[in-house]
Design a protein. Sequence first.
Length: 73
Amino acid sequence: MTEPATSQRADLEKAVRTYGGHWDTERGLRALRDAGHDPQDKHTRQILRDLAREGLLTKVEDWPVRYVAVRAD
């Protein structure tokens, strides 16, 4: 399988910005697979935490961890 030209982080950020709504590890994994990646749970969770730290996501639930996309209107 050929490695996608874009990074997992860039593709997940694009998906969050495009679709908004609630995000958890499963949705992140699905979005990355749809973008042609072979994601791992741990790496996907780290990307979601990074996006939350940067203000693109806000944590709304601790267990299971869920985030909501912040609207940039």
